[in-house]
Design a protein around this ligand. Structure first.
Ligand SMILES: [Zn+2]
Length: 668
């Protein structure tokens, strides 16, 4: 199938190549004003991300496919296909969860991103085989949902007796479709092949016929959002306006009739919502979908809504790790300032959703405050979701452990491993952005980027840095021809005495070491506009920007309204949040520690620890009970490690927010 794309320039931009497709250049009327430089144009070769991405590519992706096979997720497609061929199958048991189909979709998406950067014929052949299998389970009219097809008379108990009848109650039919669309767009962009895209479009066309604006057949809102983002991607890939209209329709159905609830963000229409409520992954996907539709349609009412909701999250509902969701029972948001640490939910998927959303808000507004939240989440509450060896995962990411939490090789509900698998290969795509004749440097990571201007001119950037361990960044600028443009360098909030926008957290001290910036050795004033220093000048090949972000160890305190963090401090250095973990502290206990404010702390790099991490050391006190039953305060060595690296050495105590006096330390 040949795709003709009226959004040719968008697609070519997103791909960095047209893949030989017929792509007429007709610009979209509306889109994000600030565009991320696609991950395919950015190559990281640093010591932090490059090894993590390689572990994801060569270990986690094959491992996750193996787990999908082992747990029967591929077999579900096989059995559905056999039923469609009219075969009499003996095992008609429905999948464990009605959304089990999404796990192979997510890993397929991650594998596609990885393929786009690093060809791998064996993996590509595996994907082609998997796509054939998925296609064979699709019903003739496009419906694809093994939880029903395997045994339409006795579908999964959550699936309802008829197609879509239980969508709002949890059938996840549209959730499955959404992940299929995301995977299909990624696979098409990565390989230029249309085999999965054809499957996706067939289902998208069925959705349009079933729900499409004007068809008036069925009115409902998706029980678990993501189909909105998926449809926006199909619109980008094909230029077919129906997919965008349908994405908007699904958003607008929420809260448009009685019966909705906060858990599903459907009690009131999204445009009227002011607070983050309900299931956190659903919420993050909804806000991301709203951003996409707002960008592509120019609908400002969505933007006003997600801006208000964002203020609510960063001001009242965000963990210091960037995690969201504080109520395990609903896997979601609690009341303002309710951020318990031991029972924090902070689902890995919710961190991914939070980053999708914040990246999109940056693309709408061009403000570095969204990148600040993105970066905090990425390096802390998101990256903690996968072990250093790439084969063990967290579902919730707590901020305090009594030793009962450990990583798992997989889950019955396996949403999180697939999500981190698909997110990591796309990380290079968040480093740079473009708008007009400005290039934004959003993240700091060593590597190269090949950026194209609209007029066909090219510029190569080379970034050298040991970030996040060292704040010295050197960027070599190489335009193909001397020309005038702006390099907008983000000065992270953490380097400006602002851990996150708003007053939920603040540094306990003021860092007086200044951020410095120079171009070709000449100092440049650090004058901020929306969190960036804009270096507007005539650039020639070989020009060098040097940025230095001092990285002292900082203590963070939370707003007094956060009861769980009162009398406590968190430690941060650069973008990294630290925690005390059992193997590094005397007696394997950390919850009985307290760290007075006047204790000096030092940072050092330990190459042999946890694949090489910076650690923080100093003296703290422990509280124990003596033989006479009295509490004994003992001064002892203290060590903290990056939060993302905890739980790689077995189960034991861990704490992010440490008491700063004896009264706050856990009693022995
Ligand atoms: Zn999850």
């Amino acid at each position: 199938m040949k795709i003709t794309c009226p959004l040719g320039c968008l697609l070519a931009g997103a791909l960095g190549t047209s893949f030989g497709l017929n792509l007429p250049a007709a610009p979209a009327v509306h889109d994000y004003p600030y565009r991320l430089v696609p991950f395919t144009a950015v190559h990281l070769d640093d010591l932090f991300w490059a090894p993590r991405l390689e572990t994801n590519r060569i270990v986690t992706i094959p491992y996750a496919f193996g787990k999908c096979e082992e747990s029967g997720r591929m077999d579900n497609f096989e059995r559905a296909a056999a039923v469609l061929r009219g075969e009499n199958i003996t095992n008609r048991k429905p999948p464990g969860f009605p959304f089990d189909d999404t796990d192979p979709y997510k890993v397929l998406e991650g594998a596609s991103y990885a393929l786009a950067v690093q060809p791998d014929p064996k993996m590509q052949a595996y994907l082609d085989h998997l796509i054939e299998l998925i296609a064979s389970a699709q019903e003739p009219d496009g419906y694809l949902y093994t939880a029903r097809t395997i045994d339409p008379q006795h579908p999964h108990p959550w699936s309802g007796v008829r197609r879509w009848a239980s969508e709002e109650a949890g059938s996840h039919e549209l959730y499955d479709a959404g992940h299929l669309f995301e995977a299909a767009a990624a696979h098409y962009q990565a390989t230029g092949e249309t085999n999965l895209l054809e499957v996706a479009l067939k289902e998208a066309n069925l959705l349009y016929k079933t729900f499409g604006p004007g068809t008036n057949q069925l009115h409902l809102w998706p029980g678990h959002e993501i189909v909105e983002m998926g449809l926006a991607k199909l619109y980008r890939v094909t230029g077919d306006r129906r997919y965008l209209d349908l994405a908007k329709y699904f958003i607008d159905m929420r809260g448009s009739y009685p019966g909705g609830d906060d858990y599903h963000q459907s009690r009131i229409p999204p445009v009227d919502q002011t607070e983050a409520v309900g299931h956190a992954v659903r919420a993050g996907y909804l806000y991301s979908g709203m951003a996409d539709v707002a960008a592509l349609t120019g609908d400002k009412s969505y933007v006003h809504a997600i801006d208000r909701i964002w203020e609510n999250v960063v001001g009242k509902k965000l963990y210091i790790t960037g995690g969201i969701g504080s109520v395990p029972r609903i896997e979601g948001f609690g009341p303002d300032y309710s951020l318990p640490n031991r029972t924090a939910y902070c689902e890995t998927c919710a961190a991914v959703a939070n980053d999708f959303w914040n990246a999109r808000l940056f693309e709408l507004h061009g403000n570095a405050q969204y990148v600040d939240v993105f970066e905090r989440t990425l390096y802390n509450g998101l990256l903690s979701g996968v072990s250093l060896d790439g084969t063990k995962f967290f579902y919730p990411n707590v901020l305090e452990s009594d030793g009962t939490q450990g990583r798992s090789p997989w889950f019955g509900c396996a949403c999180c491993p697939g999500n981190i698998t698909r997110f990591l290969p796309s990380v290079p795509g968040y480093v740079y952005a473009q708008q007009g004749n400005t290039i934004f440097v959003n993240l700091f990571a060593g590597g190269t980027a090949d950026i194209k201007w609209n007029n066909g001119r090219a510029i190569k950037l080379t970034q050298e840095t040991a970030y996040p361990w060292d704040g010295a960044v050197r960027i070599t600028v190489a335009p193909d021809k001397k020309s005038r443009f702006a390099m907008a360098i983000r000065i992270p909030g953490w380097a400006r005495n602002e851990p996150v926008p708003g007053n939920l957290y603040r540094f306990a001290d003021t860092n007086i070491e200044p951020v410095t910036l120079n171009v070709n050795g000449q100092p440049v004033p650090v004058k901020l506009d929306k969190g960036y220093v804009s270096l507007k000048r005539s650039w020639k090949s070989g020009d060098v920007i040097k940025l230095n972000l001092p990285m002292p160890v900082r203590r963070i305190v939370a707003n007094e309204k956060v009861a769980a963090d009162r009398g406590r401090v968190a430690l941060q250095r650069g973008p990294i949040v630290f925690c005390a973990e059992w193997p590094d502290n005397p007696g394997g206990k950390v919850r009985n520690l307290f760290l007075p404010d006047d204790r000096l702390l030092a940072a050092q790099f330990e190459p042999a620890l946890l694949n090489g991490v910076e650690t923080i050391t100093g003296k703290a006190f422990s509280v124990t009970r003596g033989e006479d039953g009295q509490l004994v305060k003992t001064e002892q060595d203290f060590k903290a490690i990056p939060y993302f690296a905890w739980a790689n050495r077995g189960k034991g105590e861990m704490e992010v927010w440490l008491a700063d006096s004896q009264s706050g330390a856990a009693q022995p």
